[in-house]
Every structure is written in structure tokens, then in C-alpha cells.
Design a protein around this ligand. Structure first.
Ligand code: ACO
Length: 438
């Protein structure tokens, strides 16, 4: 049996044979399907990429039906137990786990690039005291590119690598400073004696003490959260990173765009939304009534559902276990009981079962962040820190992909046909009136 698809165009009666590669047909193969020679050719229409692969990638594998997530072939469950964030970042970026020497060098390079130019500090002091930390993060990452003009040489592998190290190293500093700015506290410089997650906590919370030493269980929990959030194949922000990167702009600008995509409540802003939702529910006894409201279309159950997972998100399982280790140190988060009750009811309810809506990574992560003393507005920033490794891995893969071209979708034009300009005093209804009428 040939690996092809036979298409019959009922408009013309013509038949076409289209090759099937890796379970996909190339959308461009449809262009030959025409009624007349002058036609543009058939297009595929897939507004949210529901069934369109935009890349061939060797980074992350997800089987959403059974709940599998692997980075470069390694199951997320193993990495969460045995790896560190920086080792996982190396794996995502370069394809293999590092040797001992490679890991030591990578850790050293990242550690020694955690400082940012003093101009960054001046820039950050210009934000209003209550600026959202994610707004600051997006802007400062973009601004960082102005300090490294050579970053525009994206076809030079050495230049690329230097920016990758810089970005991974500097995002925790920017993130922590956005928090300090909101608090009106002095910005804390990185401490090169500390590991990646520990240094981040130090920049967040250090006050007058000469050395900040958080509880090792909390450091490990944050490290696990960083590993779980490091990549997730072609999600909204990775797609933004690749699309922006396809214009060959510098990675700081592309990453700022990716971070902006992550900011949205349907993506990285969901854990913040989960906590607001739990606080709004307020008590376990209000859970059934809240679930009914969601079912009747009054909002969504935040932290539930996923475009790809139609099963329990494997990251949510690990996070639930991590939460227990955190609560042993910090005491139980009172919102946990509401979350557990919501999950129990939703997993039994026909509405959620039939739509295959399960808890996603964001359902429990916010509870841990809150227990670690991290404010809600910081949640998307906490997601952006580790996802930087994933965005950069996706960007690097795209840059060297011989099939990469500037991302530029087609459209189906549904607007007015050609018409003549009408002078202003002859127009009856204004555009705004027409919009209001809809
Ligand atoms: N609560 C209630 N109903 C939901 C939810 C939810 N969280 N998610 C989906 N549904 C329903 C929809 O109303 C729809 O029902 P219908 O068929 O009766 O119209 C059906 O399930 C399918 O939903 P879609 O919106 O088509 O699913 P899609 O794949 O486009 O959306 C998404 C995925 C955005 C994650 C969605 O499930 C959602 O909004 N969840 C809440 C936000 C959230 O937790 N986002 C984090 C995602 S994970 C991440 O970014 C790290």
C-alpha cells in the first residue's frame, strides 16, 4: 500500500495523489488542486493550528491521550526526580544529557552571567511602583537586547550560544528585581556561590543577612517546578518564539514576544487565575455551586483542560506530590482543600469527563508558589524563568532548520469586494455605529 492520500475534487472530477510523510500531508500539496489554471489553489484552514504541524522537532514529545511528556526522550517523571533545572536546560538545548565536565562548565557559565548591566537597574526604577511584574519582565527582556547589538547575528553559532547563556542566566535576576520593585525594596545582586533556584530565592527575599539560606526542601521544590515548566513543544509562547525568530530578529526581541504570549490567562497566566478562583470560592462548601456555574457557561474552571492533554497532565501529578513536601515545611495552604474538592467533583462530573477536562500543570503550581511566599502576580514570571530554556531550544532548532522560512500564514479574505471611496459628507452610517450594531 503506498503512503499516499488520494483526493478527488468533486468540482472538477480530477483526482490527486498526495504523499503522506510522518503521518502528515504537506498543506502545500493542496495548491495543485484548482478549478481553473489561474486559481490560487486549495488551502487548508486551521485558525488555531488544531490539526496543523508547523515544524519537525526533536525536542519534546507529548502524547496527550495517555499523558506522556518527554524531553529529548527522557520521561518528565525521571527528570523531576533525578535532574536539576540547569542539566535539563542543557538537555533541551543541546539534545543530550551533559557529561560531568560539560555540566560543570555550563553551570559555571550560567552562574557567571547572572549579573545584569547597571542600566537595567535604572530602567527598572522607571516603572510605576505597582507595575505588573510580567509587564516589567517582557519589557526588560526586550531592552536587554539593546545591550548586546551583536545578538542580531543570529546565523553565527557562537553569537547564538552567548545569548542563550546570557538569557538563561539573567532572567531570574530580572524576575526577582521586578518583585523587589513592587515591594519598594532594594534590588539584590546575584550570589555566585548559590545554585540556580537558590540564587533566585536569595534575590527575591534576602534582606540584611549576609547570606540567604532557604530550606533545601523548598529549593528542591522550586527546582522541580522549573524542570516541569522548561518546555512543552509547540504551545502558544513557543510558537510565538519560533514565529518571531523566523524573521531572524535577535533572541531578546523574540523571547520578549514569547513571554508576552505566556502572560495571557489561557496560557501562563492560568495559575494566577486558579488562585484568584480558589480565593473567590472561599470555602469547600461552595465548590458544588461553583462547578454548576462553570457548567452553565459562567466562566471556566481555571487550571483544567488542555489543548493537547486529554488525560491527567503528567506535570500536575508531580506537582501534587511536590506540594506535599512544601506544605511539610510551610504548613498547609488553606486553599488546598478547596482545590482537592474541586478536582474530586470535576473528575466525577459528566461535563468534565465527556470533554476530557483534567487538571493541568497550573492547577496546583500556584498553591506551591503561594506557600513559598511568592505573590500571585509573580506566577507567570516564575513560569517564564524556566520556559526560557524551552523557548531558546525551540528558537535554536528553528534557526538551523533548512525548512525554516519567515512564518507567514495565509488568510481567507471575507471583507468587502472592491468599492469606491465615499467623501465624508456623503457617508450615512459611521464604522463605529456599524460595529455597535453587531
Ligand atoms: N472549564 C470549563 N469548561 C472548559 C474548560 C474549563 N477549564 N476548558 C474547556 N472547556 C470546555 C469548553 O467550554 C468546550 O466545551 P463545548 O464543547 O461545550 O463548547 C470544550 O471544553 C472544549 O474547549 P476548547 O476551548 O475548545 O478547548 P481548547 O483546547 O481550545 O482550550 C484551554 C484549551 C485554553 C487550556 C482551555 O481548556 C481553558 O481555557 N482552560 C482554562 C485555562 C487554563 O487552565 N489554561 C492553562 C493551560 S496549560 C498552560 O498553558 C501551561
Amino acid at each position: 500500500m503506498p503512503d499516499t492520500l488520494t483526493l478527488t475534487d468533486n468540482r472538477t472530477g480530477l483526482t490527486y495523489e498526495v504523499p503522506i510523510e510522518d503521518g502528515a500531508v504537506r498543506a502545500n500539496a493542496l495548491r495543485q488542486v484548482k478549478v481553473e489554471e489561474a486559481d490560487f489553489g486549495l488551502m487548508s484552514y486551521d485558525p488555531a493550528f488544531l490539526n496543523t504541524a508547523s515544524v519537525r522537532s526533536a525536542i519534546t514529545f507529548i502524547d496527550g491521550d495517555v499523558g506522556i511528556l518527554r524531553y529529548r526522550g527522557y520521561p518528565i517523571e525521571q527528570l523531576a526526580v533525578d535532574s536539576t533545572y540547569l542539566e535539563t536546560a542543557f538537555l533541551l538545548l543541546f539534545g543530550e544529557l551533559p557529561t560531568k565536565d560539560e555540566l560543570a562548565r555550563f553551570e559555571h557559565e550560567v552562574t557567571y552571567h547572572t549579573f545584569v548591566h547597571e542600566n537595567v537597574k535604572t530602567l527598572m526604577t522607571g516603572f510605576r511602583y505597582d507595575a505588573h511584574p510580567m509587564g516589567m519582565f517582557v519589557s526588560v527582556v526586550a531592552a536587554l537586547g539593546t545591550l548586546y547589538p551583536e545578538a542580531s547575528k543570529v546565523d553565527d553559532p557562537d553569537v547564538r550560544l552567548a545569548q542563550v547563556i546570557r538569557l538563561i542566566a539573567k532572567v531570574p535576576t530580572i524576575a526577582a528585581w521586578s518583585y523587589r520593585h513592587n515591594k519598594g525594596l532594594p534590588y539584590v545582586y546575584p550570589d555566585n556561590d548559590l545554585g540556580f533556584a537558590e540564587n533566585f530565592l536569595s534575590m527575591m527575599f534576602k534582606m540584611a543577612e549576609s547570606k540567604y539560606s532557604p530550606d533545601p526542601a523548598l529549593v528542591r521544590a522550586l527546582e522541580v517546578l522549573f524542570i516541569l515548566h522548561a518546555d512543552h513543544e509547540q504551545n502558544c509562547s513557543a510558537n510565538a518564539m519560533r514565529a518571531i525568530g523566523s524573521s531572524k530578529v535577535d533572541p531578546y526581541s523574540a523571547l520578549a514576544g514569547a513571554a508576552a504570549a505566556l502572560y495571557g490567562p489561557l496560557h501562563g497566566g492560568a495559575n494566577e487565575a486558579v488562585l484568584r478562583m480558589l480565593a473567590q470560592i472561599g470555602d469547600v462548601k461552595h465548590v458544588p455551586e461553583f462547578v454548576e456555574r462553570v457548567k452553565s457557561g459562567e466562566g471556566r474552571l481555571m487550571g483544567f483542560g488542555h489543548r493537547v492533554y486529554k488525560n491527567y497532565d503528567p506535570r500536575a501529578k508531580i506537582i501534587k506530590e511536590t506540594a506535599d513536601s512544601v506544605f511539610e515545611v510551610t504548613g498547609r495552604n488553606p486553599l488546598l482543600d478547596i482545590a482537592l474538592e474541586l478536582e474530586k467533583i470535576a473528575l466525577e462530573d459528566e461535563y468534565f469527563v465527556s470533554r476530557k477536562l483534567y487538571p493541568n500543570v497550573d492547577f496546583y503550581s500556584g498553591l506551591i508558589y503561594q506557600a513559598l511566599g511568592l505573590p500571585t502576580a509573580m506566577f507567570p514570571v516564575l513560569f517564564a524563568i524556566p520556559r526560557t530554556a524551552g523557548w531558546l531550544a525551540q528558537w535554536l532548532e528553528g534557526i538551523v532548520d533548512p525548512e525554516q522560512k519567515i512564518a507567514r500564514p495565509r488568510q481567507i479574505y471575507i471583507g468587502a469586494a472592491e468599492r469606491n471611496y465615499v467623501p465624508v459628507d456623503q457617508r450615512t452610517a459611521g464604522a463605529r455605529d456599524l460595529v455597535a450594531a453587531h
